[in-house]
Ligand binder design. Structure first.
Ligand SMILES: [Zn+2]
Ligand SMILES: [Zn+2]
Length: 281
């Protein structure tokens, strides 16, 4: 599979001269699976530029859209995804059980409530809800997609993609804590991430910040690094960068993680997710 980061930022877009390297757009990833199918993960503000690319590449855009959860930063880009305004577009939606609500409520209701000028029902694209992932795993072109519940306000899903002997895990908006709800303890996430080639995980906060932000549903980078070590993953991407975090600060966090890893004599590779970066697995 080939994966492209279109948005790596958490909470709200953060454009500006301090966020040029790691990017200012909120969560959106593009997966091209081994069979050629295209899967988009979340519709944060990064999905706008992805949509611009897709409509210039092809008349007929055909994608799966998987949603982790429907907090604003993960769905806000959908009204600005250009393929939704073309009748030749096919979008198969799946993910957390509220996903259709998340991508439709930003549009105008019949009451003219003023959030957005277009009504969801007037979109030209063929948008179909699959309702598969809420009932178990889902296979697309031989790629197995499985979920794990998030420890996050209002819930959500993390995802594991398995293609042959390769595994990629994507878990954002997840608070790693020993005081977690049942089924969402650090041990549960270790089991889900075990031996992954790539783990992309929320690392929004620093260890100094986390105590003031318990219950907000995000992790500090030490907890995320600990998960990667315990699950013996090969490569970790820190994700959902705090909107106030500058490029220099994100780079310093990545270096700190590298130093902590060297101290453990581990071969784990630590990166910080960068908008526009591509991974091939
Ligand atoms: Zn978020
Ligand atoms: Zn969230």
């Amino acid at each position: 599979m080939k994966v492209t980061f279109w948005g790596t930022r958490g909470s709200i877009p953060a454009p500006g001269k301090e966020t040029i390297i790691y990017g200012g757009n909120t969560t959106c990833l593009e997966f091209i699976l081994q069979g050629g199918s295209r899967v988009i993960l979340d519709a944060g503000s990064g999905i706008r530029a992805l949509g611009e690319k897709l409509i210039t590449e092809s008349e007929d855009v055909d994608v799966y859209l998987l949603i982790t959860h429907i907090h604003w930063d993960h769905v806000m880009g959908f009204p600005f995804f250009p393929p939704i305004y073309k009748p030749s577009t096919k979008i198969r939606v799946d993910g957390y059980h509220t996903c259709m609500k998340g991508i439709s409520h930003a549009f105008d209701t019949k009451m003219g409530d003023g959030f957005f000028p277009v009504k969801f029902n007037d979109l030209k694209a063929d948008i179909e809800y699959l309702d598969r992932l809420g009932n178990g795993s889902f296979e697309i072109d031989g790629t197995l997609i499985e979920t794990i519940p998030l420890h996050h306000p209002q819930g959500g899903f993390g995802y594991r993609f398995r293609e042959g002997d390769k595994t990629l895990v994507f878990i954002t908006d997840n608070e790693l804590t020993e005081k977690a709800w049942s089924g969402r303890t650090p041990e549960d996430y270790v089991a889900f991430c075990k031996d992954a080639d790539i783990l992309i995980h929320d690392a929004q906060y620093t260890p100094l910040e986390i105590d003031e932000r318990r219950g907000w549903g995000h992790s500090d980078y030490e907890a995320t690094l600990d998960l990667a070590h315990r699950a013996e993953v090969k490569q970790l991407f820190l994700f959902h960068h705090d909107p106030a975090r500058t490029d220099a600060e994100v780079a310093a966090i990545r270096m700190q993680c590298e130093e902590l890893t060297a101290g453990k004599n581990s071969s784990l590779v630590v990166e910080a997710a960068k908008e526009a970066d591509e991974l091939v697995l």
